[in-house]
Write a new protein. Sequence first.
Length: 114
Amino acid sequence: MKKSVMMKAVAILGLGICAGAWAAAPSFTGGAVLAKPVAAPADQVVDGVTWHCEGAKCEGKAERRSTLDSQMKECRRVAEALGELVEYTSRGRPMSKSAVETCNKLAADKAASE
């Protein structure tokens, strides 16, 4: 009987810890390489992430960012805001060259439809 109660308490405690970790949005880091470098250093906020660009390289950072968006949607929004991309990485995961090309196409298509 005591063993059963103890196992339930451990399970509840474990769920509480997992829920707390899930509720706290993790920080975000990303990187992008622009097809056309910026003339001067610039910052732009895209979906709560501050992107700092110098030349062709951009770094995105956010203290807390929680999203259910796919990496492709993230990339598309960055490309819409910053311009055509050559490379894109978010949360340490680089996109393939063909995926970045698709990302650019989606961004261009959305811009053309507006």
